[in-house]
Design a protein around this ligand. Sequence first.
Ligand code: SF4
Length: 236
Amino acid sequence: MRPRDEEQFQQQGLDFAREHDESKAEMLRPGAKDAMGAHADSGQSRLLDDLDTIDALREVALDCRRCHLRATCKGVVFGEGKPDADLVFVGEAPGADEDRLGRPFVGRAGKLLDRIIAAAGLQRNLVYITNIVKCRPPENRTPSEFERDRCMPYLRTQMRLIRPKILVSMGAAATQGLIDADARITRMRGTWQEWNGIRVMPTFHPAALLRDPRKKAPVWEDIKMVLEAAGYEVPS
Ligand code: SF4
């Protein structure tokens, strides 16, 4: 390559890198326009406010590009279950199995959640299961506050449409996203909280139970409180 060509080539590379950084920064800027051309915060919220079915919301969410997580995951894991469930279980974010299958809580922790739900005398299709962040963070890292905030309109809209009696917040990240950014799950679990007018019971994440089976007993106590508050029969 001649020196002049090389100079131009390098300049083009620098221009491309700068444009890429600028467009990424624009996408992540609060108030920026999102992929649907609406202002990400106000416009998107208005768009979601107009939706009146969970299926319509799912359609919008599956096309979401509101944060950078969608660039590295296979797809949006929206959530699943009874569209008017009394009980909603909310976790942190999809993992590798969930990302691959497009369904929440289907890995080892999900199997344990299924057992907890069955022990409560319920079935998976009688409750609703989702996460505060709908796309898998790289390496299963904890979602950032920014990612939680960007994704929160989906959970808010899901709950407006489902109108559950009780939300079970599983793990520290979900509880910090819903209740208090400084929440310690070891202290807050088993205590009633409130989010957007819905009663919330924080408890340990099923993955924590896999690491430390001693946490099963307190989770079961929390679930029994949830069943009683929801008017369900409480297994002895
Ligand atoms: S994590 Fe949420 S806000 Fe980010 S792209 Fe996925 S669905 Fe959209």
